[in-house]
Ligand binder design. Structure first.
Ligand code: ADP
Ligand code: ZN
Length: 728
């Protein structure tokens, strides 16, 4: 018997299988998809079995032998094996890196750690021993007797509670026995809650999706914030489980979805596994075990959970489908949607994309009939969408209200008086984004990235938000030595201080990357705010999604222009979505909500649509812009970045790449560039980019692949190919 093995070498030039002879002793156990150990060069490495056959199709007389199946009895099933091939084709990565991406760290074939299983020990009585007799014969062994009495009472006791010399004696004499039990790191025993009865609108949507349970069909569930999309997911999943199948629910970021995860535990108990990057390796291993052992019916997870080996999959749901987090920005640069479409097709099951602000691509596809459009137009419980007011920050500056406009001040005070809660959005962290010398004009910049450093007051240093470079803040200007440093701009850290000044009675909590880096910090802030420990929650876009607080009746956006001014074809779409989603946190139950948005660009057309929560209007407006400029959804995009520490070399190679592509791609394909990438220098590396816009181009993927191969061996210049860029 022969096996084709894909070895762990992560070098593109080795991206192929090698044939090994299968040793007799493992002939009966070896299976396609298994991890094995094979001799390679002068050493042994791990690999995956991709095929088994009785004849070798290579013309070699002596084959090396595969003699050992690696540690876990884990098998990549056929669906995942195929998905890996698709991932490779879509993103132009190597097959081995595709499989590496799909597995949790404990199962990556490089990983040497052998045992992640966690066990706990219990002590029980040995039933074959007459305990009373033993006690009467050992009256002076007080500790032993205490242990035996307790065991008679409780039957089974955790070993660590009674571990002492006495216990060791009992164990050595076989009077008591030790019992090991496998234990999972994450366990939930929330009390189960009953289902809500669906509203008429929800029921309608539910029935339409249910009618397609045995088909490959993609639905766009477009439902305004608070319209009960999550409740529909829960009902759908219950149906799927009734049929003996499993479900996959993807969310943009688990830490932003603590409330959703909690809701799932309340409705499905321990039948839920969760999966995201903030879990420890051990936790990931455990959750993966629950899945492969078939102990759970539902996986709730972030992007990478699309690769979990749920058997008998019955439905895939992507919540907040517009989120940027569904795109992986390092190799392999995949879109979760593509992977989900593959699995929906493979299993012949529905894929549901949910959002209050669908991405333009998704909505366009729904309008074309490629996806089925389902709408939830009303909030549940007769809650109405909040009233949104736009405030002109230029006018407020004249009135010397640089941070809180008159209206926002009044509204915050009213809200506080009524003992209701406020959410404030400012999409920039740190204290001040710019530090400049008033005397000589010097501005602190990152030496690696050419962008200005942000002042962080709590740590009293200056930080680069791209590469993490930090510099201690000095009192004098490093250029002219004058004591004339000035701090400009506003970040969340400063906003927190300003809120404390302006509303001294209010209890404030801040949520951004800096306050949530510790494990569990995020959950704590959300819980505390929910329990009324704070009056005002302020933060970056972290606070814009998923949160459902009944007592929040006011949302303030301090500076709505930050994301609007980004040089990106999706800047308007991202801003619209951010503002509508954030506004959606207000007035979600009986109390009516309000929103105040402050901007320096009130004339920008998108605010018209934001103020009316008019997604359809925005869609029509933005589609025209995309059409004029040949952007998605009218064209597909691809992007090649040419990166090097050497500016001249990068520039020269960028031109070469351009000319190569020009000679290969279809005549109707548009090539732009080479130009400097948006973040031109990061970490001392210069980046040029070529943007490719195409409708249908049979030559493009091959050209990109060949290009990639040409640069694999080039150590000075690196190519980053993205076949589905989400920003340009
Ligand atoms: P979305 O996911 O669209 O933002 P949710 O599913 O979170 O909306 O619903 C908003 C609120 O309404 C939640 O507090 C939820 O518990 C409640 N809710 C949703 N559907 C129902 C229903 N059919 N009956 C009662 N309450 C519901
Ligand atoms: Zn930097």
């Amino acid at each position: 018997m022969y096996a084709k093995i894909l070895v762990e070498y992560n070098v593109k030039t080795l991206d192929k299988t090698f044939t090994y002879k299968v040793a007799d002793k493992i002939k009966d156990t070896i299976k396609v998809g298994m991890k094995v150990k094979v001799p390679f060069g002068h050493t042994y490495i791990n690999g995956f079995v991709l095929a088994l056959s009785n004849q070798a199709d290579e013309d070699i007389t002596t084959f090396k032998e595969v003699t050992e199946i690696a540690k876990d009895n884990f098998v990549l099933n056929q669906e995942l094996l195929d998905l890996g091939v698709y991932l490779k084709e879509k993103t132009l990565c190597s097959l081995i890196s595709a499989y590496q991406t799909m597995l949790p760290p404990s199962l990556k074939i490089k990983n040497q750690k052998n045992n992640y299983d966690l066990t706990v020990s219990y002590i029980i009585l040995n039933n074959n021993v007459d305990i009373e007799q033993y006690i009467s014969e050992n009256k002076r062994c007080v500790k032993q007797i205490a242990i035996l009495r307790r065991l008679k009472e409780e039957k089974r006791v955790l070993k660590k509670e009674i571990n002492c010399n006495g216990l060791q004696v009992l164990l050595s004499k076989n009077i008591v026995l030790e019992e090991k039990e496998k234990k999972y790191r994450l366990n939930y025993k929330d009390e189960l809650k009953p289902d809500n009865k669906l509203t008429e609108e929800q029921e309608d949507v539910f029935k339409k999706i249910k009618a397609s349970f045995h088909k490959e069909e993609t639905f766009l569930l477009y439902g305004v914030t608070g319209s009960g999309k999550t409740e529909v997911y829960i009902h759908l999943i219950k149906e799927v489980i009734k049929m003996g199948k499993t479900a996959l629910l993807l969310v943009p970021e688990i830490s932003l979805s603590t409330q959703l995860v909690e809701r799932f535990y309340q409705r499905f108990g321990s039948k839920v596994a969760i999966f995201h990057s903030a879990l420890s390796e051990g936790e990931k291993y455990d959750e993966y075990q629950k899945i492969t052992n078939g102990e759970v019916d539902i996986v709730v997870g972030t992007r990478s959970a699309i690769f979990t080996p749920l058997n008998n999959l019955g439905i895939i749901i992507i919540d907040e489908e517009h989120s940027e987090n569904y795109k992986q920005e390092n190799m392999p640069r995949y879109r979760t949607l593509d992977m989900a479409l593959f699995r929906s097709k493979y299993n012949k099951i529905p894929l549901v994309l949910g959002s209050a602000t669908p991405s333009l691509e998704t909505m366009a596809r729904a309008k074309k009939g490629i996806y089925t459009l389902l709408t939830l137009s009303k909030r549940v419980n007769n809650a109405v969408l909040p009233k949104i007011t736009l405030v002109d920050s230029r006018q407020e500056m004249k009135k010397r209200n640089p941070i809180f406009s008159e209206l926002l001040q009044t509204k915050i005070n009213e809200c506080l008086e009524k003992k209701e809660q406020v959410i404030l959005l400012l999409n920039r962290r740190g204290h001040s984004p710019i530090v400049t010398c008033q005397n000589c004009g010097y501005t602190y910049k990152c030496p690696n990235c050419d962008i200005s450093l942000t002042y962080h007051k709590s740590t009293n240093n200056l930080r680069c938000h791209y590469c993490g470079y930090t510099n201690l803040k000095s009192d004098v200007c490093p250029s002219c030595n004058e004591k004339a440093l000035n701090y400009y701009g506003l970040g969340t850290e400063k906003l927190e201080l300003e809120v404390a000044k302006e509303f001294p009675a209010a209890r404030v909590v801040r949520m951004d990357v800096d306050t949530t880096s510790r494990k569990g910090a995020h959950e704590k802030i959300i819980k505390d705010f929910q329990n009324g420990k704070y009056d005002i929650l302020l933060g970056t876009q972290m606070i814009s999604k998923g949160l459902d607080f009944a007592n929040v009746t006011l949302v303030g956006v301090i500076n709505a222009d930050l994301s609007l001014n980004m040089p990106d074809f999706k800047a308007r779409e991202k801003t619209f979505s951010l503002l509508v989603q954030t506004a959606g946190r207000s007035g979600r139950s009986e109390k009516k909500g309000e929103v105040v948005i402050q901007s320096f660009n009130v004339d920008n057309e998108i605010f018209k649509y934001v103020v009316d929560s008019d997604y359809e209007g925005f869609y029509q407006f933005e589609m025209q812009n995309r059409h004029k400029l040949d952007y998605p959804p009218y064209y597909f995009l691809a992007c090649v970045k040419i990166a090097s520490k050497d500016y001249e070399l990068a520039s020269k190679q960028a031109n070469k790449v351009y000319n190569y592509l020009k000679s290969k791609v279809d005549k109707r394909t548009i090539l732009l560039g080479p130009s400097t990438a948006n973040q031109f220098r990061i970490n001392g590396i210069f980046r040029f980019q070529i943007v490719i816009k195409y409708k249908k181009d049979d030559n493009l993927m091959k050209a990109l692949k060949d290009l990639d191969n040409m640069y694999v061996i080039n150590k000075q210049v690196n190519l980053e190919i993205d076949t589905s860029p989400q920003s340009i």
